[in-house]
Ligand binder design. Structure first.
Ligand code: Z5A
Length: 215
């Protein structure tokens, strides 16, 4: 991360279209890092704080203008940074977040076609130069992701479910989201690692391990 120092923890984010497998890998990554003696905080966006979780319910459930949707993502993020992410990093903990700002560029920028320059204004406002140290983009063809979503039960209160606004979008939307992630990863290749998630879990985790060893 920009401005990282030796005593500060590290910030890892997981991204990808719905059903790509982020949530499947969060716990595994946390355990790998804990096994190295590090303290780990696992969190998610939108959410991660009591207020953020309320905003999550609104943004996943209520129809709203694209500007409102984007502003709420960043409002939740501001709280998340202030209350969870920054304090944990400053205390030397590692933070693993299931989604962060790259999701806004992919979903609101790619999926909903909001100009990236507008999102970048909010990014600068809310987080300045702060970025994750490492981002995994789990990449799968959108039809594979859709098949995986189809076989899933909602995992927790507020979890994405078949009834949430994003999951009701069509395949073309998810194609744009996927392209949005791949474009962003091409822009920031040192930070963002595209992981082919269309293969066996063991094979994916072997690749993740290689990146974690050098983090
Ligand atoms: N959103 C946004 O628009 N803008 C923003 O800035 C942010 C978010 C931060 C909620 O996110 C929504 O918020 C999201 C984007 C929007 N859209 N939706 N819906 P979320 O992360 O909470 O919701 P989600 O994307 O649906 O995540 P998820 O439920 O956690 O899905 P996932 O992590 O991608 O997949 P999974 O649950 O780990 O795996 C799905 C199934 O596939 C499951 O049964 C697994 O066992 C299976 N799986 C996983 N990997 C494999 C492999 N390798 N082989 C076979 N099967 C597998």
């Amino acid at each position: 991360m920009s401005g990282a120092n030796a005593s500060r923890g590290r910030f890892i984010t997981l991204e990808g279209v719905d059903g790509a497998g982020k949530s499947t890998h969060v716990g595994w990554i946390a355990e790998r890092i804990r096994s190295r003696g590090q303290e780990v905080v696992v969190t998610r966006e939108p959410g991660g704080t009591p207020l953020g979780e309320q905003l999550r319910k609104l943004v996943l459930g209520e129809a709203m203008h694209i500007d409102t949707e984007t502003l709420l993502m960043f409002a939740a993020r501001r709280e998340h940074l202030e209350q969870v992410i920054q304090p944990a990093l400053q205390a030397g903990k590692w933070v693993i977040s299931d989604r962060f700002t790259d999701a806004t560029f992919a979903y609101q920028g790619g999926g909903r076609q909001m100009a990236a320059a507008r999102i970048a204004i909010l990014e600068d406002w809310v987080q300045g130069a702060f970025q994750p140290d490492l981002t995994f983009v789990f990449d799968v063809p959108t039809d594979v992701a859709a098949g995986r979503r189809g076989g899933r039960e909602p995992a927790s209160p507020g979890a994405a479910s078949a009834s949430d606004r994003f999951e009701r979008e069509n395949l073309a939307f998810f194609e744009r989201v996927r392209d949005g992630y791949l474009r962003r990863a091409a822009q920031f290749p040192r930070r963002m690692k595209v992981i082919n998630a269309n293969r066996a879990l063991e094979s994916i985790q072997k690749e993740l391990e290689e990146y974690l060893v050098v983090s």
